[in-house]
Design a protein. Sequence first.
Length: 278
Amino acid sequence: MTMTPAMPPVEIRQGTSPLILGLPHTGTHVPEAIAARLNARGRELADTDWHIHTLYDGLLDDATTVRATFHRYVIDANRDPAGASLYPGQNTTGLVPETDFDGEPIWKDGEAPTAADITARREAFHAPYHAALTAQIARVKAIHGVAILYDCHSIRSHIPFLFAGKLPDFNIGTSGGETCHPLIQQAAVDVCGGAQGYSSVLNGRFKGGWTTRHYGRPADNVHAIQMELAQSTHLASETAPFAYDAAKAAPLRAHLKTLLTRLERLALDGKLTGEPDR
């Protein structure tokens, strides 16, 4: 089985900054044949990283962006293509989710994706996104000798199926410090921890997805960090229609701009090459 996407699966905006913004979950495109198999709950696309591309737009001049146009219900660009669980022993969603974040089925009875479906979607959507990301990382590293992949995410602040209580506003993921230079992690901790009126955590419930873990190779001068934002920081409501609140987002954008600028400066100043002190 082969699949030809009706629209390009990835949008790329090339820049010359050492930072690359990964956007795997902002896309809402679902091919008609796949959409017809979703149930009413699935067609709500509630687990989208709503408006994250808008939130980050223009924060860092000349940053490269790599954005998946397809929805995570088609296939999740931030999951291991082999299907391994991102968080073994914890509730989560897979490469092609069978449920939403509340644990409710998203496919019509008898219409859940088959192994052949998953293979076709991996080839048509997942692989092109990561081919683009790989190419941009190589290009940026060739310019600067170092590349930083900053993976942009958001999620509802209350999801009992996935975590207890209210999620902090800033959720920094570096897989326990393995995916980036300590200075990158510290910059994120400092900026987020110093953001008045916001809460933050390092390697809490979200320690960095497959993208962060796969690409983050500090010894090779490729660093990766994930930022999972609570959607309450920038949406008018975490329920439909999931409208973007520009006034609410403004102070958040200021903090994110500070962080991205600091990370860029670390790279440009040569602070991230060589063996780090740990």
